[in-house]
Design a protein around this ligand. Structure first.
Ligand code: S3P
Length: 176
């Protein structure tokens, strides 16, 4: 295997699943890793929006969280292609069945970021219905409820660093 990391043509390479809370850098780090490894990138939130023909905010507004989770769970398995990089939404693995699928098929890496950093990243940006307009303490308690699931990942990396550095470490773990 080349030092640049997994290659798209390796059919035996497990997909890489980046997990973590909103604002932990899954999409940004995923894009860097995919580019460096020359691997396909599946960003589940983008796929959901394509499939629905609506933004995440609109999906939540019209069908509620339930409609969003149904689409998310339906599209999730199709992201787990050999050699692919998969950036999952922060709530995609809360469902035990989805977790079992991803944990069984992918190399899971948790981008671990302290809540205060997360809050500084997400509190000023729109487009996340489970964060927009909510208080610091409400979002922090959602984070704490989900943390045990994220910590079940095979690996953890410190995500409180520039994305290129996080991506370096992720590639090493994925290639190991
Ligand atoms: C969600 C996280 C979002 C998106 C949706 C719900 C969540 O993805 O899937 O708004 O439940 O944590 P990011 O983690 O990429 O922001």
């Amino acid at each position: 295997m080349s030092s640049r990391g997994p290659h798209v043509e390796d059919p035996t390479q497990k997909p890489l699943a980046l997990i973590g809370f909103m604002g932990s850098g899954k999409s940004v780090v995923g894009a860097i890793v995919a580019e460096r490894a020359r691997a396909p990138l599946f960003d589940l939130d983008l796929m959901i929006q394509d499939e629905a023909g609506k933004s995440i905010t609109e999906i939540f507004a019209t069908g509620g969280e339930h409609a969003f989770r149904k689409l998310e769970a339906r599209l999730l398995p199709s992201t787990l292609q050999p050699g692919a990089v998969v950036a999952l939404g922060g709530g995609a693995l809360i469902n035990d069945a989805s977790w079992a699928i991803v944990a069984g098929r992918a190399v899971t890496i948790y981008l671990e970021v302290p809540f205060e950093t997360i809050w500084s990243r997400i509190s000023k940006v729109s487009g996340r219905p489970l964060a927009s307009g909510r208080s610091h303490d409400d979002v922090e308690s959602l984070f704490e409820r989900r943390r045990p699931r994220y910590e079940q990942a095979l690996h953890r990396v410190d995500g409180d660093r520039p994305p290129a550095e996080v991506a370096d470490e992720v590639i090493k773990l994925w290639s190991a």
